[in-house]
Design a protein around this ligand. Sequence first.
Ligand SMILES: C[S@@+](CC[C@H](N)C(=O)[O-])C[C@H]1O[C@@H](n2cnc3c(N)ncnc32)[C@H](O)[C@@H]1O
Length: 282
Amino acid sequence: MEVSETSRRILASLLEAKTGQQLAMNRRWRIETALATIMRERGYDSVDQLVSRLVARADAGLQDAVIEALLNNETYFFRDKLPFDLLMAGPVKRLEKARAAHKKLSIWCAGCSSGQEAYSLAMSFADEKLRWSGWQIEIVGTDLSKAAIERARSGTYSQFEVQRGLPVMQMIRHFDELGGGDWRISEALRRQVRFEARNITDKPPAPGRFDVILCRNLLLYFAPEMRRLAFNRMAEAIAPDGALMLGAGETVLGQTDRFVSDADCRGLYVPVPAAQGQAKVA
Ligand SMILES: C[S@@+](CC[C@H](N)C(=O)[O-])C[C@H]1O[C@@H](n2cnc3c(N)ncnc32)[C@H](O)[C@@H]1O
């Protein structure tokens, strides 16, 4: 059934107000597919009927369910691969020297979806056991989606998900087969990575100071003002010699004065000293 323009607009405004995400035109036309499960489970015949109940606040939990369904949680292990190699060879190597006295690195994956990005990093460190022996590598993954965070915590993935991007050797080394086609990441890696449901525009997670921040494929559909706020949050939380990694189609250029391109490493960004950037957080 055709979705009215009014319903599309109401859903797009709700998503933007609650998450900062603007519903791209191409995704507006897929609203019905995204909401199909909710409609089936809650007995709605059309998106317009669902929206009218949403507006009337007549169905408890409907708003949260709709927001979850409209978020784009696309992710996979070692997504785009090259950024992980660049990160390990560039900033991580540099920080390994800078933190040699305390042997501690803190990494924040903001918008981690169901955890593949955070676990990819954990595997990268675990695969160099000798090099990182005696180090504390703390990885925190956050996402607005409670469902995604629950999945991340469980560390359980389907055969399709583990095959997507994950080299077979790493799958064998770090996953246990559960049967029924599911695989679970090792307990050691699950213990190493902490996951929290959190909006990127809220206060950063503990410990509040990170050597590396990944924020990939989250800010693409943010309105400019929200994007600026998210960059401010990350600038608050990054170590002065830390590094920020964005997604392939994202940049800080023209978006914030709190980060600049890392002259030594393509696709990475470094914080601008507070006195030079806008010190105040909106
Ligand atoms: C496309 S996924 C990217 C996942 C992963 N970073 C990657 O690149 O593979 C974007 C994630 O950002 C999350 N997200 C959207 N808006 C958010 C917000 N305001 N705060 C925190 N997470 C958000 C979504 O729930 C989704 O899981």
